[in-house]
Design a protein around this ligand. Structure first.
Ligand SMILES: NC(=O)c1ccc[n+]([C@@H]2O[C@H](COP(=O)([O-])OP(=O)(O)OC[C@H]3O[C@@H](n4cnc5c(N)ncnc54)[C@H](OP(=O)(O)O)[C@@H]3O)[C@@H](O)[C@H]2O)c1
Length: 186
């Protein structure tokens, strides 16, 4: 292919400024429609914004009911970076699909837990990229535009927020070191 819609830096490690400048060139040449970042905390986002020309179009970060990213989301809004959720279902961790709070809300709207979680995300202005290998689930995960969660139900999600990653801490030096050790020699 000779054109990409979106290209991201996966993690805030290594030569991110070199990568970003190469991506800016491709963006300016019209080869990539939008360029963005992933797993960047606000200080790293500001570093990219401050020392380069193009502001990232999105920051794809872990965002789901157990890690709601409210403060990071606010920071991204103020800096014109769209938040995008990876792991919108926390990959099923903490028994997300069986969670009582979520099941109660889902039953009220005759929707699935997956659908109310996705609806909650988009009503907050979060872009979500759910993953499923099952056709019926993929269809169901798209079917979230015929209902709206009322404010009190939106607020009910608040008590689920643990405010920590269910997977990985990108600020932990040991994680950074481990990522470096898995880097492929090309
Ligand atoms: N930028 C990053 O660092 C990063 C990190 C992780 C993931 N990602 C991306 O984020 C996207 C989301 O993937 P993810 O795997 O992390 O997490 P996810 O979407 O939160 O969870 C996927 C899990 O949920 C199940 N599922 C999906 N729809 C369902 C439904 N309607 N009912 C019940 N179960 C359902 C899937 O099972 P089935 O497949 O069996 O349906 C799978 O086990 C992917 O595109 C991935 O590449 C990015």
């Amino acid at each position: 292919m000779d054109y990409l819609d979106l290209y991201l830096i996966h993690q805030p490690f290594g030569d991110i400024h070199g990568s970003w400048r190469a991506m800016e060139e491709l963006y300016k040449a019209g080869k990539i429609r939008a360029i963005g970042i992933s797993n960047f905390q606000p200080d790293r986002v500001m570093d990219i914004i401050t020392f380069n020309e193009v502001v990232p179009s999105i920051n794809q970060i872990e965002t789901h009911p157990f890690n709601q990213q409210t403060e990071v989301h606010q920071f991204l809004k103020e800096n014109n970076v769209q938040i995008e959720s990876w792991g919108p279902f926390a990959e099923g961790k903490n028994n997300l699909f069986q969670n009582e709070v979520l099941r109660t809300i889902a039953e009220k709207y005759s929707k699935s837990v997956a659908q109310v979680v996705l609806r909650w995300l988009i009503q907050r202005g979060v872009v979500a990229i759910p993953k499923s290998v099952k056709k019926e689930r993929i269809k169901g995960n798209f079917n979230i535009f015929d209902f709206e969660l009322i404010p009190t139900d939106m607020e009910s999600f608040g008590i689920l927020d643990l405010k920590v990653s269910s997977f990985i801490d990108h600020r932990n030096p040991e994680i950074v070191k481990w990522m470096g050790s898995t880097k492929l020699d090309i």
